[in-house]
Design a protein around this ligand. Structure first.
Ligand SMILES: *Cc1c(COP(=O)(O)O)cnc(C)c1O
Length: 359
């Protein structure tokens, strides 16, 4: 029998997984343990502070009683609900948009293929792409975080897949439909447009699906729809992708309870409208009253420049006051002077404002 060698099997692990990985927001549990605070403003993960729609809960509970059966492999009910909500588009679904991103990359990208990312942005594009052995090129945004289209296209023209996030995480920056079209028209590969926060801005990219066969629009039920814990994501896709996506996907990955909850959530658009109205109001309030500069945002969070302090210092100090925000120093290309603050409930934003303005 092989002797226990501690880390002796390290050499078996692929290079890309020996260090690094996804950086998670601090959890309320660690805060409660460390500082004995009970009422915590949870502003680190861009969730909807409202619980799921009652309709979503009702449908999830009903689905539980049939959980002895495998889910419908075509996720017919959810796809139908998506068509009722958005119109006659083609959809694929996954375990969160993260799951969709991973399956899309598995479908399209082979070792050595180029994947382009517009940084600073969501870290998972890069992590998922290196998992496929892709060669990842990062194209820096301008100082105001807008996309430098010329530089982006220079790298993206020869790419298999390019990722663009709008509204962008963690900056909140919105890239207009016409800029997206400029990119799409010049690309040979696929543009993955991440619309995780699109419900909180005024741009609607869906009509582009009718004009371009190389566009995928990623969506999530984790943010506006209050289902982060159930992990449901989906994407608008060109029709050629649907059968290959199914072949690449892990069988039955989206569980039947989550799929049922998503159907219920889509049947309650008033729930999303409430979240949207609250975000519009409180985002304006925070932008006006925060004594540090706030980047214009089309999302349910804002990026705050806390220089000359660092994001880490400020987020640690806010945590001792019961306010959890995200330090942004783990976002490549951003610098260490930023925090990202979700738009939560009114009391949470009042607490954030009074604590940050006191620093
Ligand atoms: C939250 C988030 C996602 C992932 O959403 P899930 O559906 O929860 O996996 C994708 N992209 C961006 C930019 C996000 O912020």
């Amino acid at each position: 029998m092989a002797e226990k060698r501690g880390c002796g099997f390290d050499s078996l692990v692929r290079d890309c997984y020996r260090s690094g990985g996804y950086v998670f927001a601090p959890s309320p549990a660690t805060l409660q343990d460390r500082h004995a605070i009970t009422r915590i403003a949870r502003l680190a993960s861009n969730e909807n502070p409202d619980p799921p729609s009652p309709r979503a809960i009702e449908m999830a509970v009903a689905a539980l009683s049939q959980a002895n059966r495998y889910p419908d492999e075509h996720v017919t009910g959810l796809v139908r609900a998506l068509r009722e909500y958005h119109g006659p588009y083609n959809f694929v679904v996954g375990v969160g948009m993260d799951g969709v991103i991973e399956t899309i990359l598995r479908t399209l990208v082979a070792a050595g293929d180029r994947v382009v990312v517009s940084t600073p942005t969501f870290s998972f594009y890069r992590l998922a792409a290196i998992g496929q052995g892709a060669e990842v090129r990062e194209v820096l945004r301008r100082k105001d975080f807008s996309v430098d289209i010329t530089r982006f296209l220079k790298e993206a023209q020869a790419a298999k897949v390019a990722f663009l996030c709008s509204p962008n995480n963690p900056t909140g920056t919105v890239t207009s439909c016409s800029e997206v079209e400029e990119i799409l028209g010049a690309m040979e590969g696929v543009l993955f447009l991440d619309n995780a926060y699109v419900e909180f801005c005024y741009e609607d990219y869906r009509p582009l699906m009718k004009k371009y066969d190389n566009l995928i629009i990623g969506r999530t039920m984790s943010k506006a729809f209050s289902l982060a814990g159930l992990r449901v994501g989906y994407a608008f896709v060109p029709d050629w992708i649907v059968p290959c996506y199914s072949r690449a996907a892990t069988p039955f990955s989206l569980n039947s309870v989550s799929a049922a909850a998503a159907i219920g959530a889509l049947q309650d658009p008033a729930h999303v409208a409430r979240a949207r109205d609250r975000v519009f109001g409180l985002r304006k309030m925070v932008t006006e009253r925060c004594r540090f500069p706030v980047t214009p945002s089309g999302a349910n969070f804002v990026l705050v420049d806390v220089s000359p302090r660092t994001g880490r210092e400020v987020s640690e100090e806010l945590a001792t006051k019961g306010v959890l925000v995200r330090s942004c120093e783990s976002f490549p290309g951003l610098g260490d002077q930023y925090i990202r603050v979700s738009i939560g409930e009114e009391w949470e934003m009042e607490l954030f404002i009074s604590e940050i303005n006191r620093l």
